[in-house]
Design a protein around this ligand. Structure first.
Ligand SMILES: [Cu+2]
Length: 315
């Protein structure tokens, strides 16, 4: 008994080995269901090239890879129409019936001030969904203290080049924002040295003109155009054309009366021209299901929407 006591005393006098310091960085959720992230912050392993590429790093999200250009985000097993994706309060739906271009394919996360994820069906403000992802801006008033722009680039093996530039200029009366992005990659080679049909190229330009006659009023005109082509290793056709055109006009007025906090009106248009085929981005090879060269035009139906909202004090 005495012996065991003395051993315990000896152990307590031994200095504990110094522990390795581990620094964990992450975004703290606003509350149990809402997470806000800064898309301009550095990201590992690479800056995201589309919306889904960014979301895959958030716990709860997975990604269904859609070639090199894009991915289809899945939140807790829910994807497609069960996951509402909104950018600047607009929904641009993809044009492909085979989900070659999910809505996130047309979103460049670095263009936005914040990404807000609402985990679950707790809000119906953005439509019924199992989850909501909002790519949004903190304010539509020009801030002379804020950084006017940013440039980022990625260069990798297999001819991978990504570039993104963002610039904002303005004064008290309004602002002009322009964003341009370009991304391309060649086919990659697997461990056996075999070339995999996966090359892609995409570009996009978005511009926004804002008129802010006073602190509580904003009139916004947003125009966007992008294009892409992508080869797919996992399917029998490639995406030869992905041409997106989008336009939006928005008027937001705050503190109209002593009972109306905000009036927000918007009209927007989105159109995706998509062509897929089995010969332009690959050497045509007859198969049982596709014995001949074939192409399919699955252009998205032009989406025209005019959502309006008002908010009273206390809501
Ligand atoms: Cu397609």
């Amino acid at each position: 008994m005495l012996l065991s006591l003395s051993i315990a005393l000896a152990l307590s006098q031994t200095e504990a080995p110094p522990l390795e310091r581990i620094v964990v960085t992450g975004a703290r959720p606003l509350n149990t269901i809402e997470l806000v992230k800064d898309p301009k912050a550095p990201q590992q392993p690479l800056p995201a090239q589309d919306g889904a590429d960014y979301l895959k790093a958030i716990p709860g999200f997975n990604l269904i890879r859609k070639g090199g250009t894009s991915g289809d985000p899945v939140f807790r097993g829910a994807a497609g129409s069960r996951l509402t994706i909104s950018s600047d309060d607009q929904m641009v739906l993809g044009g492909c019936s085979g989900r070659m271009d999910p809505p996130t394919a047309y979103i460049n996360p670095q263009n936005y001030d914040q990404i807000r994820v609402i985990k679950g069906p707790q809000t119906v403000l953005y439509g019924p969904a199992a989850g909501t992802v909002l790519f949004e801006r903190k304010s539509y008033q020009f801030d002379p203290e804020a950084s006017p722009g940013q440039i980022s680039t990625v260069i990798g093996s297999f001819g991978r080049i990504d570039g993104n530039a963002d610039y904002l200029a303005g004064n008290d009366h309004g602002f002009w924002r322009i964003n341009a992005s370009y991304s391309e990659s060649d086919d990659y080679r697997d461990g056996n040295g075999t070339s995999i049909n996966s090359a892609y190229q995409r570009w996009g330009v978005d511009t926004q003109l804002g008129w802010t006659p006073d602190q509580d009023t904003v009139v916004l005109l947003t125009l966007g155009q992008s294009g892409a082509e992508a080869a797919y290793a996992d399917r029998m056709m490639d995406g030869a054309v992905f041409d997106r055109t989008s336009a939006s006009l928005r008027w937001r007025e705050s503190y109209l009366t002593n009972w109306l906090a905000e009036l927000d009106s918007q009209i927007y248009f989105g159109y995706v021209d998509h062509v897929m085929d089995n010969y332009s981005l690959r050497e045509f090879t007859p198969t049982m299901r596709m014995p001949n060269p074939i192409w399919a035009l699955t252009s998205g139906t032009p989406a025209l929407a005019a959502p309006s909202a008002f908010r009273t004090f206390g809501s």
